[in-house]
Design a protein around this ligand. Structure first.
Ligand code: SF4
Length: 385
């Protein structure tokens, strides 16, 4: 069953341009193709303005990437934002986020975004240690990361978030503790702490296969995850999603739309949308995206109507990322009691292994399940098929 077509949606804009590609990145991003920014801008505006969802209320807008602070605010971000506000009915309290890179953002740029109505910024800090930043191939220094955070604060965004990475090559547990302490000392409203995953096709994957990239042991990663949970909890951050921690009132409303399996529109190269039970993914390369839009008037390279089972699998995989878990009655109302019944043996099995906490009406990951979240979610997903 689908969410009502009158519910507000989330709107995602993908800005694929970066100054340089980080060796671990597998997002739809490009470096050295800034000559495409102008045509990208007019194309993404056209894609937004021709959306079949025109007129729908939007509870959040999120400019992600790539690096939204790498492109010109005036000639790229401004027209795209105008296309968004001219196409969708932004709710008065809509959350409007952009991702910022410390290497391409300063006090002036933060103020521009703030004056244009952006009320949330997510800064890709990754680490406060220059050696870790170098290993990750980042262009900014630790000092620049601190300065970015302070400038964002001074611009008075409603929420300032920062991203951190743990499990970087040669990163010690002690160093990770220092990163967490520095982050807490800067008092952002929200922190996302991701374990580094080496994705196929990236330079890090080649180095790993060649034996030249030291990968942390599983126990080290688990210790780092535990450290994040404890340190951030002590500092008053609610751990509300596997990788996300927020001061009260600062949970990311845009991402909550994904995790609660609601509808979202998405524009730009490689952007994935989910509306009306249909998942679509746009052409991934900026040049291909521009070309496809010019030839066909649509950027969609892949489209799939999800069956009830697929929707249930997604709802589980995403919903269980939230620490408060999922209400069984809501699953039953949406997908039918039969579907839920089919899950019972797998849930009982995972509960018996101490990985899932199954109550009378809620199911959620236990602390042990959280440490093995990906495995647990895959096991449950297999049971829905
Ligand atoms: S800056 Fe971010 S999006 Fe760009 S290459 Fe690095 S990790 Fe990927």
């Amino acid at each position: 069953m689908l969410p009502p077509a009158t519910d507000p949606i989330a709107v995602y804009i993908h800005v694929p341009f970066c100054a340089r590609r980080c060796p671990y990145c597998d997002f739809a991003t490009v470096a050295g193709q800034d000559h495409l920014i102008e045509r990208y801008t007019s194309t993404v505006c056209r894609e937004i303005e021709s959306s079949p969802l025109r007129g729908r209320a939007a509870s959040s807008v999120y400019f992600g990437g790539g690096t939204p602070t790498h492109v010109s605010f005036e000639s790229c971000i401004t027209p795209i934002m105008q296309a968004v506000t001219g196409t969708f009915e932004l709710l008065p309290d809509a959350e409007i986020t952009f991702e910022a890179n410390p290497a391409s953002s300063d006090a002036v740029k933060y103020r521009r975004f703030r004056n244009a109505g952006f009320n949330r910024v997510s800064i890709g800090v990754q680490s406060f240690d220059d050696r870790v930043l170098q290993t990750l191939g980042r262009l900014h220094t630790a000092d620049e990361a601190v300065a970015a955070l302070r400038s964002a604060r001074a611009a008075s965004f409603r929420s300032v978030s920062l991203d951190l990475i743990f499990g970087a090559p040669n990163q010690s547990v002690e160093q990770w503790q220092r990163d967490l302490n520095t982050a807490v000392g800067l008092a952002p409203d929200h922190i996302s702490a991701y374990s580094l995953t080496v994705e196929d096709g990236t330079p890090f994957a080649s180095m790993l296969h060649a034996g030249s990239l030291p990968a942390p042991a599983e126990e080290t990663l688990a210790a780092m995850f535990q450290l994040a949970i404890n340190t951030l909890a002590q500092a008053g951050y609610e751990h509300y999603e596997v990788s996300s921690y927020a001061l009260p009132g600062h949970r990311c409303r845009h991402n909550l739309v994904y995790w609660t399996h609601k509808e979202y529109a998405a524009f730009g190269p490689g952007a994935a949308a989910y509306t009306n039970g249909v998942r679509t993914v746009n052409e991934r390369s900026p040049a291909g995206y521009i070309d496809r839009m010019a030839r066909t008037g649509s950027a969609i390279a892949y489209s799939e109507t999800l069956t009830d089972e697929q929707q249930l699998t997604e709802a589980l995989m995403l919903g269980l990322r939230l620490l408060e878990g999922i209400r069984i009655s809501e699953l039953a109302a949406r997908f039918g009691q039969d579907c839920v019944n089919r899950l019972q043996p797998a849930m009982a099995n995972l509960s018996g292994r101490g990985l899932l906490d199954v109550g009378s009406n809620t199911v959620r990951l236990t602390r042990a399940g959280l440490m093995l979240a990906d495995t647990v979610l895959v096991d449950l997903a297999a049971a829905t098929g």
